[in-house]
Design a protein around this ligand. Sequence first.
Ligand code: 13P
Length: 255
Amino acid sequence: MILRKKLIAGNWKMNKTSADSVTLVKEIAQQIGRQTEVDVLVCPPATALESVGRTLEGANIKLGAQNMHFEASGAFTGEISAPMLRDLFVTHVILGHSERRALFGEDDQLINQKVLSALKTELRPVLCVGESLEEREAGDTLKVVQTQLEAGLAGVSNEQAASVILAYEPVWAIGTGKVATSDQAQEVHAFIRELLTKLFGETIAQKVRILYGGSMKPSNADELLAQTDIDGGLIGGAALEARSFVDLVKAAAKS
Ligand code: 13P
């Protein structure tokens, strides 16, 4: 069995100025030191990418963006492209977050264009999938996840698939304090890995990391991270303070 290195990723969403971001990331870097057991990723708002990137020079923490446009340049007012992110030493980009889907009308086809563009530009997409409460209650969880995953990864080659990171984020668990039980999460993660096996073969499916996201915090992380197919977390609220974020990195290190 392939051992997947755990990944703890912070999605700061629309929080923190550039100066506040630097303060936070300095604290995080100081507290986690030079550990290499867990991969650590921070995704500050776009306005803080440059300053955070500079602060992280030499640190073992990766830099991610929260969104991007699929075109490299052009008349797209307000948008940021993959080459622009690369220019700031960004290595990862969150795509298809449920907030982008629900509040900004992003559909699977658009998200797929972004995934392909990110991969072409050598950015690692963190592709988010997850069902709403209504969909879960209707028994549609796996169907929804399958549709989002297959559409989001359409046209991705086997070689490219190895650098994709997935995040299962049940919408009803995001920012609500209502975390999925470890059984609920593991069921969907295992299902995602099965789908990956069908799409890209066993070897790649065993390599791809699937993060859980939705009210993950130090008090509930151990159980989630102990599940076979949960390879880390995509953290919102608990990533906004060094202490809780670092505790999550520590939880991942001992899981
Ligand atoms: P919370 O951890 O605040 O629930 O947010 C999860 C999330 O949306 C991460 O992308």
